[in-house]
Write a protein that binds this ligand. Structure first.
Ligand SMILES: [Zn+2]
Length: 250
């Protein structure tokens, strides 16, 4: 009987990990980054007579890792802000399922504008799986979506907009793709208008999410609860850069 109990517990843990989540897109490598930083800092401290060219290279690597860490921390902070301001919208994406009822993870990264590959403040990427028309695929694997948002003063509003697209597209992926192919010519796929034809339900849902978030944001300011945590993303990133001891930007 005892053995049976253990099997049940393991099953519950596996079930639990299958829940979808709104996730920090930097979380995949953050453990490796923290461990590498520890190692590099130890080597730099212990090997005082290291050739200066090696020391310079190592310090440059440390700086790259610190930048990664600061973006991880900023993303944590901004996702927490989003949940605090608009728990209902957060939950709708945090538990999202595709047309076959499977949970889908939504990975978010706040990135510097200069690192963006497309000149839009927010971009959502999701492709159709080769063997399953309802399953979303992104660089994070099957059953996942990827969102990238510029670090800017309106970053959370941009996020609410992108989450609106995701909230419509994940459960209606195949239907939406068919609509998308007929509505938008390939020549316009890089345009900011894609996704926002008047009849586009994904675009309309994005606008609805944005409006709801704005309402929640204003209510939050009125109620004055926890405002200290609502600093602008631009202020936050500078605070975090100082905290992780990144060199001051000129
Ligand atoms: Zn949009």
């Amino acid at each position: 009987m005892k053995k049976y109990g253990v099997i049940v517990i393991i099953f519950l843990i596996v079930q639990n990990s299958a829940w979808a989540k709104l996730r920090n897109g930097y979380e995949k490598d953050i453990h490796y980054v923290r461990e590498s930083l520890k190692n590099y800092n130890y080597i730099l401290n212990v090997n005082k007579d290291m050739p200066s060219s090696d020391r310079r290279k190592m310090k440059a690597r440390v700086e790259e890792l610190l930048i990664y860490q600061s973006h991880y921390e900023l993303t944590e902070e901004l996702l927490n802000q989003f949940r605090h301001i608009s728990p209902a919208l957060y939950h709708r994406v945090d538990s999202i399922r595709d047309a076959k009822g499977r949970f889908t993870d939504v990975y978010v990264k706040f990135i510097p504008r200069e690192d963006a590959s497309i000149m839009a403040a927010g971009i959502t990427r999701m492709s159709q799986s080769d063997d399953d028309e309802d399953a979303c695929v992104s660089e994070y694997g099957k059953h996942s979506v990827s969102i990238k948002i510029w670090i800017c003063s309106k970053a959370l509003f941009v996020l609410s907009h992108e989450l609106g697209h995701v909230n419509y597209q994940v459960p209606n992926f195949e239907t939406y793709l068919q609509y998308y192919k007929t509505e938008y010519s390939p020549a316009f796929t890089n345009s900011n208008c894609v996704g926002h034809s008047p009849a586009d339900r994904s675009g309309r849902n994005a606008t609805t999410f944005e409006k709801e978030f704005k309402k929640d944001y204003v209510n939050n300011l009125k109620l004055g609860k926890g405002n200290a945590r609502l600093e602008s993303p631009l202020v936050l990133i500078e605070q975090i850069r100082r905290k992780v001891k990144l060199p001051v930007r000129m």
